[in-house]
Design a protein around this ligand. Structure first.
Ligand code: SAH
Length: 369
């Protein structure tokens, strides 16, 4: 039974009467409202504080030299700045790093820093586990344990930025492709995107951020209407409803034609292309008929295609396609007018590749101990 997106937990919203706020749960606008109510301060002041925290990484109000002393003292008791604790960090042969973060006491997720020749991509989780139960994905086997709060998403990003100093690198791109279905936790993901892209803060360009979904149609429409500054990726993964419903249960609620019609009508910021993801599963969705159908299905959608050769998960009963077959698809699609790239797996030796993230019971127990 799928959880209705409309019923998703709305963690992360805080009423000012409740005492301290978690700073990383508030967008700049929400911070302004909170501070106005609590201290009577102006938006100008709250923006300065937002800049100190995200722009300069300063969380000690005493150091915020351009903020009036009385204001600094008032603020001290108002906020918490919880950091994500690194429970483990594994480094792959290819340089990809997988983090196990305790984002709040007892709440554990994975984040991955993916090393590519010309860039580094940070892959963050949006939920603990996932309700979507895609047959080929290991996170789905966990079921949904909970939505991450905005601050728990931000904590992964800040945690990785801090640890990256040990390696002398930083991420250039960010994807919501870790554990969970981001559009099933849209409120918190959207607020996190607003915080991350804010010009007074980390100022990550929205065109470098991608939110990936299984195809939750109502949430996609909401995402479009919000005008969020982030790219959208959609996991299509099949060309017929028969196959897609078998490997992605969400297809029974939102079949391919409904999904593609939604994408066609989606208001797109700056005419950005939608990324269509296609996990290649040998003998399941990689026939020549599938190949021929793909460009036809996508012809009305301004899109680019991302082929993802299946990353093996033991016990799930799927096989990866031959490398030559993936290359043949890649060439044929490009020759037939589809802007196509292949996402060769990274970090497979440490189970850090797409669809391999999961937190085992034993790990969660360590976090609680
Ligand atoms: N829930 C979101 C984002 C997380 S998964 C979504 O489904 O889009 C990110 C991508 O990894 C998706 O395209 C998903 O289809 C793909 N994926 C899942 N399991 C995989 C596996 N075992 N091998 C390769 N890709 C996989």
């Amino acid at each position: 039974m799928l959880v209705d997106p409309a019923l998703s937990e709305s963690a992360g919203t805080l009423s000012p009467a409740e005492g301290r706020a978690v700073f990383y749960d508030l967008s700049r606008d929400e911070l302004a409202t909170f501070l106005a109510e609590r201290t009577g301060s102006t938006t100008y002041r709250s923006t300065q504080i937002f800049e100190w925290v995200y722009g300069k990484g300063v969380t000690d109000f005493a150091q915020m030299s351009n903020v009036a002393r009385s204001m600094r003292e008032q603020c001290r008791g108002l906020f918490e700045f919880p950091e994500a604790k690194i429970l483990s960090r594994q480094i792959s042969r290819d340089g990809t790093r997988k983090y196990l973060f305790e984002v709040s006491p007892g709440r554990v997720v994975e984040s991955v820093m993916i090393k590519q020749p010309a860039r580094m991509t940070l892959c963050v989780s949006s939920q603990i586990g996932c309700a979507m139960k895609c047959a080929f994905c290991r996170t789905g086997t966990m079921g949904l344990k909970g939505n991450l709060r905005t601050s728990e998403i931000i904590a992964q990003v800040l945690g990785v930025i801090k640890d990256a100093q040990n390696f002398g690198d930083k991420f250039s791109n960010m994807v919501f492709m870790g554990m969970g279905e981001p559009l099933h936790n849209l409120e918190n993901v959207a607020r996190a995107v607003r915080i991350l892209t804010d010009h007074f803060g980390l100022s990550i360009p929205g065109r470098k951020i991608t939110v990936s979904t299984v195809g939750l149609v109502p949430a996609i429409q909401k995402f479009g209407a919000m005008g969020l500054d982030a790219n959208l990726a959609v996991s299509l993964n099949a060309t017929t409803d028969q196959v897609r419903s078998k490997i992605m249960p969400i297809n029974k609620r939102f079949p391919i034609d409904v999904l593609l019609q939604t994408l066609e009508e989606l208001p797109r910021r700056s005419r950005r292309k939608i990324t269509i993801e296609y996990v290649m599963l040998a003998g399941v969705n990689d026939s020549d008929d599938d190949l021929r159908r793909l460009p036809k299905l996508l012809r009305k959608i301004p899109s680019k295609l991302n082929l993802i050769p299946y990353n093996t998960n033991a016990d799930l009963g799927f096989d990866a396609p031959e490398r030559a077959e993936v290359m043949r698809w890649h060439k044929w699609l490009n020759d037939n007018g589809m802007d196509t790239t292949v996402r060769w797996s990274k970090g497979q030796d440490i189970q850090a590749a797409c669809g391999q993230l999961a937190v085992e019971k034993e790990t969660a127990a360590v976090a609680l101990a």
